[in-house]
Design a protein around this ligand. Structure first.
Ligand SMILES: [Ca+2]
Length: 443
């Protein structure tokens, strides 16, 4: 899609007016203010009225929403200057406000859920990304040491997040966060969320951490080299170089420090693996891959073996980990630790966190996976997953709602079917397994 950032021309006018007002206020002949006046971020009196009519956006519902939201933001205590700056230049985007339904459903589609995991990983953890990440790690050792010392987050994890979010700062999006979030609010399904993010943008301006023209974002409002939503920026952005701005757009140190601060606050464990590849014995009880964390020593007692013996030796027996089998018994298997969940605070998809983990290992020069992905397997379509769910439900295996998403409930039900019918009970839906289930259900 080719939506460019709108030049905030009116914002320039407002800025000039505000500067003029400030200059006048500083002069000796300034008349006394007749009523309490809102202030700009520097505490200067402002002539900006947040509730004065805005120029029409060309979209009636957007204009009505803006008038209402400006009043609520003002009642919420937001500065007149900041309200006006955020709401002045909004305009309808087809992405959110088009009449066609297909565009709307495209918004909701998350790439992580649409492709088999190995296809997703092929682009997310590409060889060029590994090479670029490794070069960036080697290129500025002082930066990485400084970040590790201050935040306790491993450099390879930081570079992997940076690579995943914006290809190391090379693609930070072409939207304006204020406009895209305003569109989201008008569209309506995520109005409360979007309005809260817009209030955060206003607070950022009030604090002076960034300026209005900084707010470059992706289509959903995530900003800068590490794709922070405005509320995350408010709570976690950092001014690493101490120049008074939290510039996650242009300043790599600020961006990476902000990501490191966020990961640190999410419980990142320095020097610990996010996960380790394991192998399982042939008679392994796959129902143990149920999302429950167990001690490493318990896993070892079940025959779970860490492939990288050197790194495995550094893991304490009492550490808790979850067994994860993302692509069935033929594919790679993992013990996942705390840092995997820290990656998921960035993006809740398991496949995203796995990509971050594998990329972090790759840029650190660690060996890749010993077991290949079963890429010959054809993933089930949504319609096929529904058939599977419905057949499992008919036979009493309780797959939950027939929604076409092969989640935890579906996999658990399939596992119970497999165990009852003499298959390896990995719960992984293949076309072959679907055929068995449909055949059993029709008998
Ligand atoms: Ca800075």
């Amino acid at each position: 899609m080719s939506v460019s950032i709108r030049t905030p021309a009116r914002w320039v006018v407002i800025s000039a007016l505000t500067a003029l007002a400030a200059a006048c206020a500083a002069g000796p002949q300034t008349p006394p203010q007749t009523s309490p006046s809102p202030s700009d971020p520097n505490g200067q009196p402002s002539q900006v009225d947040p509730l004065a009519p805005y120029a029409p956006s060309g979209h009636a519902a957007m204009d009505a929403w803006r008038a209402s939201f400006a009043a609520r933001a003002s009642a919420n205590g937001r500065d007149a200057y900041a309200i006006r700056a955020v709401l002045e230049d909004i305009s309808p985007l087809d992405l959110y406000l088009s009449e066609t339904v297909t565009t709307q459903s495209a918004i909701e589609e998350q790439a992580e859920f649409a492709k088999p995991i190995w296809e997703y990983l092929r682009t997310a953890v590409s060889e060029s990304r590994r090479v670029n990440g490794a070069e960036l790690l080697a290129g500025s050792p002082d930066l990485w040491i400084g970040l590790e010392n201050r935040y306790g987050v491993d450099r390879e994890a930081l570079v992997a997040i940076w690579g995943m979010e914006t290809n190391f700062g090379s693609y930070i999006g072409t939207f304006d966060a204020a406009n895209t979030l305003a569109n989201m609010a008008v569209e309506g399904r995520r109005r409360t969320f979007a309005e809260n993010e817009l209030l955060a943008l206003m607070k950022i301006l009030e604090r002076g951490d960034a300026v209005r023209t900084d707010f470059v974002s992706g289509w959903a409002g995530a900003m800068g080299q590490t794709q922070f939503m405005p509320t995350t920026y408010l709570t976690h952005a950092e001014d690493f170089d101490g120049d008074g701005r939290k510039d996650i757009w242009r300043n790599t140190g600020d961006a990476l420090a902000s990501a490191a601060h966020y990961m640190s606050m999410s419980g990142y464990e320095f020097g610990e693996p996010w996960g380790l590849e394991v192998t399982l014995p042939e008679d392994f009880d796959y129902s143990l891959a149920d999302g429950r964390e167990r001690r490493v020593e318990s896993w070892q007692a079940q025959g779970v073996t860490i492939v990288d013996t050197a790194r495995g030796a550094g893991i304490s027996d009492g550490k808790y980990g979850e067994l994860w089998i993302p692509a069935g018994y033929r594919g790679p298997k993992f013990l996942l630790f705390k840092n995997f969940n820290v990656f998921k605070t960035y993006n809740r998809a398991d496949s995203y966190a796995l990509a971050v983990g594998l990329l972090s290992d790759a840029v650190a020069g660690r060996p890749g996976l010993s077991t290949p992905w079963p890429s010959d397997l054809q993933p089930l379509s949504v319609a096929q997953v529904k058939q599977l769910q419905s057949a499992l439900n008919d036979m009493g295996f309780d797959a939950g709602p027939v929604d076409g998403i092969a989640g935890r409930g579906t996999k658990g039900a399939l596992r119970r079917f497999q165990a009852a019918n003499g298959f390896i009970a990995d719960g992984y839906p293949t076309t072959e397994m679907l055929a068995y289930v449909l055949s059993a259900a029709s008998n």
